[in-house]
Design a binder for this molecule. Structure first.
Ligand SMILES: *Cc1c(COP(=O)(O)O)cnc(C)c1O
Length: 354
């Protein structure tokens, strides 16, 4: 701790992103990026927009929200665009949670939630997942607590049925329920249709995973005009130009190619199921995934050890040293070639251990 630090930093542990190695070429299966490059229309749009970089971006993201409206069939007033979905989550925590409205979220979920909460001093309770790593909806029915649930959850990949989300939302119209749908395009069920009926529901999404744009930083939120208004109050108090010109142009072009990206998601799902079969044949337990990753463990080999041995063979996966999940690794679904290499490396490691 230094003399310069505000008390906000007391005891704060920042989020640890997955490695982005620069020294060596790895097969990167550790941060849930897409193995598919952006569509040509996207790279061309970015190039064209770069001519206008001396001008600020549109603080209302008007054209981008219009393109979102056309794809998601949601009125523009119910949409906010942000610098990655991490930003809309941060805005939502700021707008809808405090000492009087503490947060609740699962004990095993996206690592950013406790970090944001700690940074702005929001108390939170971590609700244990059930033994089988599913979310227990009954434990989110307590009134007065702001809920955040990743659905499908990360890093488990397990999806909660929409009827259960609706139950949680319905329980208390006076508290906000944030549903983080970063992985919904890989087989989950979106809560988006519910925003018409429930003013307290915020559905959050991202272009990072299913639309090959992790490096562009584009996220969004859907909700009632009331919620979106509050989020814009925070946004305009932090950074009104939060979506830059290049990202906005990329987003509009990506939405014009939405069918292409959704076809990519179906390919990822096929490769996921192939990989799951291979790993199960090798004796792995694989949690049922509706995401672009698998969460896996195997008796007889520690999570940390498998992570390290794969790394030595040039393959990066994600290991979390947390109590209940230390035996697991999270493996992003890459291209078929990459997954064949992964399965091959795993086989070698198991052979070497015999
Ligand atoms: C990747 C991820 C995000 C953040 O995505 P960005 O849009 O890249 O900020 C949010 N929530 C979950 C659960 C994620 O896995």
């Amino acid at each position: 701790m230094s003399v310069y630090q505000s008390s906000r930093l007391d005891g704060l542990t920042p989020y640890t992103p997955g490695e982005q190695p620069r020294d060596r070429r790895f097969i990167k299966l550790n941060t849930n990026e897409s193995p598919f490059p952006p569509a040509k229309r996207v790279t061309e749009a970015v190039k064209a927009e770069s001519e206008a970089l001396m001008l600020y971006s549109d603080p209302d993201s008007t054209d981008l929200r219009r393109a979102m409206r056309d794809v998601f069939h949601v009125p523009e007033e119910r949409i906010i665009m942000t610098n990655g979905s991490d930003e809309v989550l941060y805005f939502a925590f700021s707008a809808f949670a405090d000492e009087k409205r503490p947060l609740i979220f699962p004990d095993i979920t996206y690592g950013f939630y406790p970090v944001f909460a700690d940074l702005i001093h929001i108390p939170y309770e971590e609700i244990p997942l059930r033994e089988d790593f599913t979310v227990d909806p009954d434990r989110y029915l307590e009134k007065g607590k702001t809920v955040v649930i990743a659905n499908p959850n990360a890093p488990t990949g397990i999806s909660l049925p929409l009827a259960q989300i609706e139950r949680i939302v319905k329980t208390d119209p006076d508290r906000v329920v944030i549903v983080d749908e970063a992985y919904v395009d890989f087989g989950g069920e979106s809560a988006l249709p519910l925003i018409e009926r429930y003013e307290n529901l915020l559905v959050v999404g991202t272009f990072s995973k299913s639309r090959s744009m992790a490096g562009a930083r584009l996220g969004f939120g859907f909700g009632s005009e009331k919620l979106i208004g509050d989020l814009n109050t925070v946004r305009n108090s932090v950074n009104p130009y939060n979506v830059n010109r290049l990202t906005s142009a990329a987003g509009i072009a990506a939405l014009a190619e939405n069918d292409h990206y959704m076809a990519n998601c179906r390919k990822i799902m096929e490769i996921r199921e192939w990989t799951r079969g291979e790993l199960e044949t090798l004796g792995f337990e694989v949690l049922p995934s509706c995401a672009n990753f698998l969460f896996v463990r195997k008796r007889g080999i520690g999570g940390e050890e498998l992570y390290r041995r794969l790394r030595e063979k040039g393959i990066l996966v994600r290991h979390f040293g947390k109590p209940r999940i230390a035996d697991f690794n999270r493996i992003t679904i890459g291209s078929m070639d990459q997954m064949e290499s992964l399965v091959c490396a795993v086989k070698e490691i198991l052979e070497e251990n015999r």
